[in-house]
Design a protein around this ligand. Structure first.
Ligand SMILES: [Zn+2]
Ligand SMILES: [Zn+2]
Length: 195
């Protein structure tokens, strides 16, 4: 029981992110947003990816380079993710101690398996078959969930935005592999895994 005492509630993590959401932009601070709001008039049926920032209209990202899904270029991928306001905040989030501890019990292969399992269970379905797509990934509880928000792998909207994968397409092994390695970039940066 005492173990649970210092465990922050989910809202405490969310609170650290302030009033930001995945559609926030702070262009004056060079923090942008590329997630198109499809509920807006004229946007129906379009891709969730906006090639230009939805706030300032600037071209910030080299999408051809992003679309390559080249693991050797993953640093550029991460650099771009951090140019989005919401993800930038998650990359800079202080990780609660209980998540650090939980992660330290796993080695990289065990963590990778957990990531793949979460992606298969919660994410790799057609958007039309997911109940409230966009809300299936908590903003706390597990380092993997935070990593998903940081890397645009939290829902089918963000995957279409960042990975260019159609929201109603089932992802293949290669896709899942790429997403997993990007997620692991966040995890490795934020916590120390077991050897
Ligand atoms: Zn902008
Ligand atoms: Zn999302």
């Amino acid at each position: 029981m005492t173990k649970e005492v210092n465990k922050p509630k989910d809202w405490e993590i969310t609170e650290a992110l302030g009033s930001l959401t995945c559609t926030s932009s702070r262009c004056e601070d060079n923090l942008h947003c590329f997630l198109r709001d499809l509920r807006r008039k004229g946007n129906r049926g379009k891709s969730y990816r906006s090639d230009t920032c939805t706030g300032c209209g600037e071209e910030i990202i080299d999408w051809n380079r992003i679309n390559m899904h080249n693991l050797e270029d993953k640093d550029y991928f991460v650099e771009c993710l951090k140019k989005e306001t919401w993800r930038h905040a998650v990359w800079n989030l202080e990780i609660p101690q209980y998540m650090v501890e939980a992660a330290s019990k796993l080695n990289i292969d065990e963590m990778r398996l957990k990531v793949i399992k979460i992606l298969s269970k919660r994410i790799n379905k057609k958007k039309s078959e997911i109940y409230r797509d966009g809300a299936q990934t908590p903003k706390g509880k597990k380092i993997i969930f935070l990593a998903q928000h940081a890397t645009g792998t939290c829902c089918r909207k963000c995957i279409e935005e960042w990975y260019g994968i159609d929201r109603n397409e089932i992802m293949n092994e290669e896709d899942i592999n790429f997403l997993t390695e990007i997620i692991l970039m966040y995890i490795k940066q934020k916590v120390s895994l077991r050897n």
